[in-house]
Design a protein around this ligand. Structure first.
Ligand SMILES: [Zn+2]
Ligand SMILES: [Zn+2]
Length: 421
């Protein structure tokens, strides 16, 4: 199975983002492939040695285990101290009746990355032994890639740093070994993600089906009834039941115009952004008096206390990014609907920036979680999450889903049936 000629012949690829059909020649080690039309990465840098991502994924998992073995942060003010573990950040949210936020925090920082890494270790081990092909392996492989945008351990680190700067003038804060382990884990995770070459991995796991006859490169897939599998990136002729011949994944058939779906999600996010700003995102109790704080109130407070850089980080993450994301996606929906295709390249760039930046809005939610878990000194000083944290987290999640549902192929002025997305 190792001898499968995956690297020896040209391959037909279909760009997910602009629907262009192209021929991809065999890649040398470390060589990636781009779409000539929209510059989307149709293949990551070639990584044929499966032992490498396997070793990195294992190291990342070990570091993830160490995150739970020590204290995360400790805090003390006027003789009253409190130490938190990593799990306490989620525990504090659950304790204040926000179990959905606690679940979101655990999933995005450790749950999904942990599951992803375990599955990746298994897949790489199977691929390295040349034992691909059985059903469980294929089902697992096609579910992993969609998890990648939802892994936010790097965003959580920035959230912790912002929290520390916010309270360092009010109390003594010490960094625990668990936080150090978390930072190393997040870095290793980023490195592991760059080492996964899904194209080579799939070649080891499932045979490439014979290309449909008479496929023409340099044209759109839609003009030839071709679709691309979202699980394994294999182009195939849209058949009546729309199942990928390589991995068996059912091709997403939305049954509604996807632009309408994106619009609906953008409207939802806009509505949710109102309570996210009207209600307090957290309440600070200091010497018996409680002071609620909204997102903008928090930013202004930081400005008054002279913490300009942190005020700027929170303002950009909580106000600039979500609003510009909603406006940008709304504009792209209009461009797609009305056929404004003067500069499709620029529209694509705007979409990609929007999609990449969206997850960083989660910083403020993580700040609230860390502060609520850490600052626990009774009536002397305590921080409690507010209802806006829930609404704001929903804004971030809904705008991320809106970006993922947006059909970028509609930016290119090709004629095709939008329903067959
Ligand atoms: Zn493309
Ligand atoms: Zn497939």
């Amino acid at each position: 199975m190792n001898a499968r000629p995956y690297a020896s012949a040209d391959r037909i690829a279909l760009c997910r983002e602009c629907d262009w059909v192209m021929r991809v020649p065999p890649r040398a080690e470390g060589e990636s492939a781009h779409c000539p039309r929209c510059h989307h990465h149709v293949a990551a840098p070639a990584q044929r040695d499966m032992q490498r991502p396997l070793a990195w994924a294992l190291s990342t998992l070990i570091m993830l285990g160490l995150v739970f073995a020590f204290d995360f942060l400790s805090f003390s003010t006027q003789g009253i101290g409190h130490t938190m573990s990593f799990v306490d950040a989620a525990g504090a949210l659950a304790g204040y009746a926000y179990p959905s936020l606690a679940t979101l925090l655990l999933l995005t920082t450790v749950g999904l990355p942990g599951a992803y890494l375990l599955a990746l270790v298994y897949l790489c081990a199977v691929a390295a032994r040349g034992e691909g092909g059985h059903r469980l392996v294929i089902q697992l492989a096609r579910r992993l890639k969609p998890l990648e945008p939802w892994m936010m351990s790097d965003v959580f680190i920035v959230g912790v740093l912002v929290s520390l700067i916010k309270i360092v003038t009010l109390a003594d804060v010490h960094i625990g070994l668990s936080f150090v382990a978390f930072c190393v884990y997040a870095l290793l995770l980023l490195r592991t993600l760059t080492l996964v070459d899904w194209s080579s991995l799939w070649d080891r796991l499932a045979p490439v089906p014979a290309a449909a006859p008479a496929i023409q490169t340099g044209r759109t897939g839609a003009s030839q009834q071709l679709v691309v599998c979202r699980g394994c990136d294999t182009p195939f002729r849209a058949n009546r039941r729309h199942h990928c011949p390589r991995c068996g994944r059912r091709h997403a058939h939305y049954g509604v115009d996807r632009l309408q779906l994106t619009w609906a999600l953008l409207v939802t996010a806009t509505i949710l952004y109102i309570p996210a700003n009207l209600y307090p995102i957290m309440s600070t109790t200091s010497l018996g008096s409680t002071e609620p704080q909204t997102i903008i109130g928090g930013v202004l407070h930081l400005v008054h206390t002279g913490s300009w850089p942190i005020a700027l980080v929170i303002f950009v993450a909580s106000v600039v990014v979500p609003i510009s994301k909603i406006v940008a996606l709304g504009w792209l929906c209009l461009a797609a609907r009305h056929g404004w295709h003067d500069d499709s390249q620029a529209q694509m760039r705007l979409y990609r920036v929007t999609e990449k930046l969206g997850r960083w809005s989660m910083i403020d939610v993580f700040v609230v979680a860390v502060l609520a878990a850490l600052v626990q000194a009774g009536a002397l000083m305590a921080i409690e999450p507010g209802p806006a944290a829930l609404a704001f987290a929903a804004v971030v999640v809904v705008t991320m889903v809106a970006a993922l549902t947006f059909d970028t192929r509609r930016l290119w002025g090709d004629t095709f049936n939008a329903d067959s997305a």
